[in-house]
Design a protein around this ligand. Structure first.
Ligand code: FES
Length: 199
């Protein structure tokens, strides 16, 4: 079952929230087993970690959607070329520029911390004390200063992260934001919580 959009805000922060669906190979099984609905993960199974399938076909460049997986918010960001270009120059200002800490699967341990450069998937839980970082794509806003290139800002104690979830030096959060296991089922369909075949 695919995700359905239940809230769309094309305002300043380009924020989009989707209700999510649950996968677990349901689409494939459905073709061969008519009573597949009985095999769909229950709410309890979802809470225990069943994968979540997300339709990102309406995720516009610069926009962010939030879905829930294992009771945690997962952010999915469509990064523009301009957003990607902000990352390399920040290598000297972030604590773990090459993602040495185990905060991502091996296949996301690269310059962009993602499978596809433009699609960034991360767990929206601050690595300090667990608040939800805000998506702040605006460049040089008054409250974050002239050096801000866009990224994630934690309102609880002021931790800052770039558009790859890499934590800046000198803030309370000790680690980059975590990247959950995930893979693409198609160009526009992501599966969060399952990365079979990607190792
Ligand atoms: S919880 Fe994010 S900075 Fe403290």
């Amino acid at each position: 079952m695919s995700a359905t959009s239940d809230d769309l805000d094309k305002g300043r922060r380009h924020f989009l929230t989707l209700a999510t669906g649950v996968a677990g190979g349901v689409g494939v099984i459905a073709a061969a087993v008519p009573f597949v609905s009985s095999f769909r993960p229950s709410a309890r199974a979802r809470a225990l970690g069943a994968p979540v399938e997300v339709d990102i076909s309406k995720l516009e460049p610069g926009a962010l959607i939030k879905v829930e997986w294992r009771g945690k918010p997962v952010y999915i960001l469509n990064r523009t070329e301009a957003a990607l270009a902000t990352l390399p120059p920040l290598d000297g200002r972030v604590r773990d520029p090459e993602s040495q800490q185990p905060q991502q699967p091996d296949y996301a341990r690269n310059q962009y911390r993602s499978v596809r450069p433009e699609v960034f998937v991360m767990i929206g839980v601050c690595t300090h004390l667990g608040c939800a970082p805000e998506y702040r794509p605006d460049v040089a806003p008054a409250d974050l200063g002239p050096d801000w290139k866009g990224g994630f800002f934690c309102p609880c104690h002021g931790s800052k992260f770039d558009l790859a979830g890499r934590v800046y030096d000198g803030v309370p959060a000790p680690l980059n934001l975590a990247v959950p296991p995930h893979r693409f089922l198609s160009d526009n369909t992501l599966l969060i919580g399952d990365d079979r075949g990607l190792g």
